[in-house]
Design a protein around this ligand. Structure first.
Ligand code: ADP
Length: 357
């Protein structure tokens, strides 16, 4: 049945005196419920034949809507050039993921790529940025979900949402599904007292992964974690490529500082000063560096207010530029968020399970 035949537009009709919009209608009121999808959502999901793919039938419209509106990001807006350093990861990902998504005809048979990629390492090192950049570079649709929200926010419904997620993604190929904190979904803990619902959720997730791994679909699953050691063997088996995303090098930290400051054009720092900031910040993550720059950028504003200027009357052109001293002050406030101990765990896991070349 063509969806357009029975589609009820989600607009108030004057002729009938108005009615509930499709989005606000209660689930299950249509004959198969799919009439409840909003026009925007339907347009995104119907195939060239005007049919809604079979995969979406039997799924609850409100979950399809949620995936399409909240989890799907049509314009991830991150490019490789926005990511500092991480040359090894970029090279692996280009070969393993981007080329196959762009040229599925070449990447067949022995060249067929794995469908699961794990990015692991300390928090704030660019794992999510890489996921978005992959989608951007490969012109793929990007789906972002945090696995902990599946277990906390979607209690009892996680399984259904997972089905909707994979169903919608398969209608929007090529697609990248990014699962943040994947350890909370595929962890090896809890095997004894594991909650029945989280066990079912995990099974559903593995079934969905298995399904697209064996097919010719242009779907890639990226899992990200700060706790790779908690993943079980089944998860490791499915996430065939496992890339360590380490803390940024000195050069990468300098790049992040420059890039952020240049956006505002309100700084007065020599190359030497930027280099010495980067030497002092050994052990800082990319996101720590961003916080440092933000804090330093507050320096001129704090100073102006301390001198008694009224915030309502303060003109941006009267504020001084950001200086090295602002960074020295900010360094007292923004400390590195990753400990040496934690780094040791990542290095060890990388040696054992990581894709080293
Ligand atoms: P993760 O997913 O590894 O926890 P994110 O990708 O969400 O980290 O990064 C958080 C923020 O930190 C980004 O929005 C960006 O501003 C900054 N950042 C982290 N790593 C990098 C990097 N390699 N290059 C540029 N910015 C970075």
């Amino acid at each position: 049945r063509g969806v357009r035949n029975n589609f009820i537009p989600p607009v108030r009709s004057n002729a009938t005196g108005g009615g509930a919009s499709a989005a606000s209608r209660a689930p299950g009121t249509g004959d198969n419920g799919l009439e409840e999808l909003t026009k925007k959502c339907l347009e995104m999901l119907v195939g060239p034949d005007g049919e809604l793919p079979d995969k979406l039938r039997n799924l609850e419209p409100r979950l399809i809507e949620h995936v399409s509106n909240e989890i799907m990001d049509q314009d991830p807006n991150v490019r490789w050039d926005d990511i500092a350093g991480l040359e090894h990861a970029k090279k692996c990902v280009t070969e393993m993921v981007i080329w196959p998504l762009l040229r599925p005809d070449i990447f067949q048979g022995c060249r067929s790529p794995g469908k699961g990629l794990l990015l692991f390492g300390p928090p704030g090192t660019g794992k999510t940025m890489i996921g978005k950049a992959i989608a951007g570079e490969a012109k793929a649709t990007f789906f972002y979900i945090s696995a902990s929200s599946l277990t906390s926010k979607w209690i009892g419904e996680g399984e259904k949402l997972v089905r909707a997620l994979f169903g919608v993604a398969s209608c929007r190929q090529p697609a990248v599904i990014f699962v943040d904190e994947i350890d909370s979904l595929l962890s090896q803990r809890k095997s004894d007292g594991e909650h029945e619902s989280s066990r079912r959720l995990k099974t559903q997730f593995l079934i969905e992964m298995e399904g697209f791994d064996s097919g010719s679909e242009q779907l890639l699953l990226i899992g990200a974690t700060n706790r790779p050691q908690e993943l079980d063997e089944a998860a490791r088996r499915r996430l065939t490529k496992r890339l360590y995303i380490p803390l940024p090098s000195t050069e990468a930290r300098a790049w992040i500082v420059r890039n952020l400051l240049e956006k505002d054009r309100l700084f007065n720092l020599s190359d030497e000063e930027i280099n010495s900031i980067c030497k002092i910040t050994e052990g800082y993550s990319g996101s720590d560096m961003k916080n440092l720059v933000k804090d330093a950028s507050m320096g001129p504003l704090r100073e102006a207010l301390q001198k008694g200027t009224d915030i309502g009357k303060l003109r941006t052109e009267d504020m001084r530029t950001v200086t090295f001293q602002d960074f020295q002050n900010a360094l007292q406030e923004v400390r590195p968020s990753v400990s040496q101990n934690e780094l040791g765990i990542y290095e060890e896991w990388n040696q054992q399970f990581g894709s080293l070349s």
